[in-house]
Design a protein. Structure first.
Length: 327
């Protein structure tokens, strides 16, 4: 089979760049649209703002700490998968993911390409192997979402029926996923800096870490609705977490999550409305979008210092290390 000519390769590269730019533009449009819908429901926005101003200090701190756990678990996933192809110190991977976290808010996701280039330069990991890691991570994420949906169906409803508040079911369902994931993350830090275990074991660990990541995501949405003064049942929160995590597998990283949150909440509201009555979809949509925007704002507050610090540290240590030969 003949190889692609330079002109064909350049044309494909331009098309990919155009697709990424359009995805970013669509994400920004979705984010602006979310803000517009929320603003159109002024009374709902006023009540939400009033409730948020009375939020407890513990809830605010938790909203800022939980994204850090997402960062650690995401780093653990990529570290586990990348160590199949070379020696990558855990500190390097966490810094690379921290930098990508912030840089990927920019057009064309420069953090992603920066991480691949760094692995090639410093860890001597071939680009094709980094691409394999990215696709494997996406597959693990998709598998984790499917497992989480089954988990929600089997356990979420039962836990939501416990007394003590609507968020109790989310807490139990999430913690039962987060604890083993954090144990796996800690174990990954203590392992030798090289390929260990079989490919199947590596994938299973990555899926376990991604399940913990989704559990943290559930707690973040539960807290967001609680801060807005509208706590939601466990089944609703867990469904929103699953839907938004599935949406995160798409190339649109900004704005889509907020709309998926709002639309999922709206779907539950319509399903719960008695026959013959009309659901106030606009108000419910605004509430879901508000929770999504609050979740995004809390993440940005954390991503900014983490990303800047990670880039500063990486810039000081950007030198080739004693690594395994590339494949």
């Amino acid at each position: 089979m003949p190889e692609d000519t330079p002109d064909i390769t350049a044309d494909r590269r331009q098309r990919r760049t155009l697709v990424r730019a359009l995805a970013y533009a669509l994400g920004i449009a979705l984010l602006i649209g979310a803000g517009f819908v929320v603003a159109q429901n002024a009374s709902e926005l006023s009540r939400a703002a009033s409730a948020a101003s009375r939020a407890s200090t513990a809830a605010i701190i938790a909203m800022l700490v939980l994204p850090l756990i997402n960062w650690l678990l995401t780093s653990g996933v990529l570290l586990t998968l990348t160590r199949r192809y070379g020696r990558v110190p855990a500190s390097d991977m966490h810094l690379l993911v921290g930098a990508s976290w912030l840089l990927n808010y920019l057009p064309l996701k420069p953090g992603l390409f920066g991480r691949v280039a760094y692995h090639k330069l410093v860890h001597n990991i071939a680009v094709r192997d980094s691409v394999r890691v990215m696709f494997t991570a996406l597959a693990c994420g998709a598998g984790a979402v499917m497992i989480f949906i089954a988990w929600t169906g089997c356990l979420g409803y039962a836990l939501s029926e416990f007394g003590g508040g609507k968020s109790l079911g989310v807490f139990f369902a999430s913690v039962l996923l987060i604890v083993p994931a954090m144990l796996a993350w800690g174990q990954g830090l203590s392992q030798p800096r090289g390929p260990e275990g079989t490919p199947a074991a590596t994938v299973l660990i990555a899926v376990l870490l991604r399940l913990g990541d989704i559990g943290v995501w559930s707690l973040r949405f539960s807290l967001a609705f609680a801060i807005l003064g509208q706590p939601q049942p466990a089944m609703v929160i867990l469904a929103i977490a699953a839907a938004t995590q599935a949406a995160s597998l798409l190339p649109i990283q900004i704005g889509l999550s907020e709309w998926v949150c709002g639309l999922t909440l709206g779907a539950f509201a319509i399903a719960a409305t008695p026959a013959g009555e009309a659901a106030n979809v606009s108000t419910v949509l605004a509430l879901g979008l508000s929770a999504g925007l609050l979740n995004r704002a809390a993440e940005l507050v954390v991503a900014l210092p983490v990303g800047l610090a990670s880039m500063a540290i990486l810039a000081k240590h950007k030198r080739p290390r004693d690594t395994q030969p590339k494949r």
